[in-house]
Design a protein around this ligand. Structure first.
Ligand SMILES: [Zn+2]
Length: 89
């Protein structure tokens, strides 16, 4: 019977989906940080999972955990809006 054969496959599939779902959740937990370059003082974007980030303006390697964090956002889009607002000040 088709039902008897497909059932184990379905439970296997649900495990795979559950794992994929967890990975997506992990990704969405990643935050975008707006940090200040300690050398040139410009605002730049870093991921919360990143350890270091090279400043696009002065090429300094910034340790993200040590940098001054101005704001954090849940998406790159939100983060760029925050940067635009901060720059407009
Ligand atoms: Zn810089």
């Amino acid at each position: 019977m088709l039902h008897d054969i497909s059932l184990p496959y379905l439970s296997l599939l649900s495990v795979v989906y559950e794992k994929a779902f967890l990975q997506i959740r992990m990704l969405t937990l990643m935050m975008y940080l707006v940090i200040v370059c300690p050398k040139c003082g410009k605002l730049l974007l870093a991921y919360s999972s990143q350890k270091t980030r090279v400043c696009p303006y002065c090429r300094k390697r910034i340790v993200v955990s040590e940098a001054v964090k101005v704001a954090k956002a849940e998406s790159a889009r939100d983060a760029s809006i925050i940067i635009q607002k901060l720059k407009a000040k």
